[in-house]
Design a protein around this ligand. Structure first.
Ligand code: F2R
Ligand code: MG
Ligand code: MG
Length: 363
C-alpha cells in the first residue's frame, strides 16, 4: 500500500494538533463566530514560537492516545493490563490535563489493584452502567493505524477498538464510539490522498459495519432500548453533509442540535466524522487555508463544546486520508510532545511494514 508512513504520521500528528490547538476553546458555547477562530489561526502563524514557550499543551486526549500507541508497539498487540497500567502511569505523572470527571476514579482503582482485573473498575462506574463519555473514542485512532495493513487485521481492529475502550468505558455507547472512530480512520486510510472521498460511499462503508455490530450486541440493544443509536446518527450525518455540500454552507446550529458537540461519545464521534468530510470542501467560507487537517480542526472549534476532542478525532481521520504533507509545520511547531508523537508514529509504521526498511517501503 502506498503512503503508509505519511498516513500514519498524518493521523498521529494531526490528532495532536487538533487537541493542542482546539483545547483553549473547550467548553465555549457554539457556534463560534468565524472571525474568532480565523484570527486565532492567523495569530498562530505569525507568532514566533521560540519566544512563546511553553507550547500549546496537549490534554487527556493525547496523553491517552500515546498510552494506547505505546502499549500496542511495546506489546506487539493488545494487552489490556499493560494498557491499563500505561493509562494510570500517564495520569499520575501529569494529572492536570483536563481529564473527564469520573474516569479518574477508574485510574485510582486500577492503581490500587495493580490493574489485576483491567476491565473491572470501569464496569462499576455509574452504578454498573459504565461511562458513555467520549474518552474511549478520543484515544482510539492508533488502533486503526496499528491494524491497518494485513487482511487478518480487520477483525482484530474491531475487537481491539472495543476492548481498549472497555478499560475505562463499559457502556456500549462509550466503546462503540471508539469502534466507529476506528472504522472512520481505517476507511480514510484507504483513500487516495489526492482525491476527495465521496460522502455517500464513506458513510455507507462505516455505517454498515457499525449497524451490524449494534444489531448483534445484546448489551447495546439493552442499554439503548433496542435502538441502533450510532447507525441512526450516521444516517443523519450523511444527510447533513450532503445538504451542506449542495448548498456550500454549513448550518452549525442544526449540526449541534442533530449531531451534538458534547462529551458523550454519541454526541461527538459522528460530529468529528462530519467535520472531516466537510473539511475536504475548499469552497466553504467558514474555514480558511488549503490544509484539510487544519480545516477539520477549524470546523470542530466553530461548533464549540468539546472542541479538543472533536478536533483530535476529526484530524486523526483527516490525517489518515491526506497524510503528513498536509500538516502546516508552522502550526505543528506550537504543539507540545510533537517529537514523541512523531516517534510513536514511526514505531507503528515499523510494525505495520513488519520490519522492512522504512525508506524503501515508503513508496
Ligand atoms: N473533562 C474534560 N473537559 C472538562 C474541563 C477541562 C478543562 N478545560 C480543564 O482544563 O480542566 N475533557 C475531557 O473529558 C472528555 C472525556 O471524558 P471521559 O474520559 O469520557 O470521562 P468520563 O468521566 O468517563 O465521562 C465524562 C462525563 O460524562 C458523564 N457521564 C458519562 N457516563 C455517564 C453515565 N453512565 N451516567 C451519567 N453521566 C455520565 C459524566 O458527567 C462524566 O464525568 C473529553 O472531552 C476530554 O477532553
Ligand atoms: Mg481533552
Ligand atoms: Mg474534550
Amino acid at each position: 500500500m502506498r503512503y503508509v508512513r505519511s498516513k500514519i504520521q498524518g493521523s498521529m500528528l494531526g490528532a495532536l494538533m487538533g487537541d493542542c490547538l482546539a483545547a483553549p476553546f473547550e467548553g465555549d458555547a457554539g457556534p463560534l463566530t468565524a472571525s474568532l477562530y480565523k484570527n486565532y489561526f492567523e495569530g498562530l502563524r505569525k507568532e514566533d514560537v521560540a519566544k512563546k514557550l511553553p507550547y500549546k499543551r496537549y490534554t487527556d486526549d493525547t496523553a491517552m492516545a500515546m498510552a494506547v500507541a505505546e502499549s500496542l508497539v511495546e506489546r506487539k498487540g493488545f494487552d489490556a493490563r499493560d494498557m491499563a497500567i500505561r493509562f494510570t502511569d500517564e495520569y499520575f505523572k501529569s494529572p492536570r490535563r483536563g481529564y473527564g470527571g469520573s474516569v479518574v476514579n477508574v485510574f485510582y482503582k486500577l492503581r490500587r489493584t495493580r490493574s489485576e482485573n483491567p476491565f473491572e473498575p470501569a464496569a462499576l462506574q455509574f452504578n454498573g452502567s459504565g461511562s458513555y463519555g467520549n474518552g474511549a473514542a478520543m484515544r482510539a485512532f492508533p488502533v486503526a493505524l496499528f491494524f491497518s495493513r494485513r487482511d487478518t487485521d480487520k477483525d482484530k481492529l474491531m475487537q481491539v477498538a472495543i476492548d481498549q475502550g472497555r478499560i475505562t468505558h463499559a457502556n456500549s455507547t462509550g466503546y462503540h464510539g471508539a469502534l466507529l472512530q476506528c472504522l472512520a480512520v481505517s476507511q480514510a486510510f484507504l483513500a487516495d490522498p489526492g482525491e476527495v472521498v465521496n460522502i455517500e460511499e464513506f458513510c455507507k462503508a462505516i455505517g454498515d459495519k457499525i449497524r451490524n455490530v449494534e444489531a448483534e450486541s445484546e448489551e447495546s440493544l439493552r442499554e439503548s432500548g433496542g435502538a441502533a443509536v450510532f447507525s441512526a446518527k450516521m444516517k443523519r450525518l450523511e444527510a447533513l453533509a450532503k445538504q451542506a455540500k449542495d448548498r456550500s454552507k454549513i448550518d452549525f446550529d442544526i449540526v449541534i442540535r442533530d449531531l451534538g458537540n458534547n462529551i458523550s461519545a454519541l454526541e461527538s464521534v459522528p460530529t468529528a466524522i462530519f467535520c472531516y468530510l466537510m473539511a475536504q470542501d475548499k469552497t466553504l467560507e467558514c474555514c480558511q487555508g488549503d490544509s484539510v487537517i487544519e480545516r477539520s480542526i477549524q470546523l470542530a472549534i466553530a461548533l464549540g463544546g468539546d472542541t479538543d476532542t472533536i478536533a483530535t478525532m476529526a484530524a486523526a481521520i483527516a490525517g489518515a486520508h491526506v497524510g503528513v504533507e498536509d500538516i502546516p509545520e508552522v502550526l505543528l511547531k506550537h504543539c507540545e510532545a510533537r517529537d514523541r508523537v512523531r516517534d510513536l508514529a514511526d514505531r507503528i509504521y515499523a510494525h505495520v511494514v513488519g520490519g522492512e526498511d522504512l525508506q524503501a517501503s515508503d513508496v
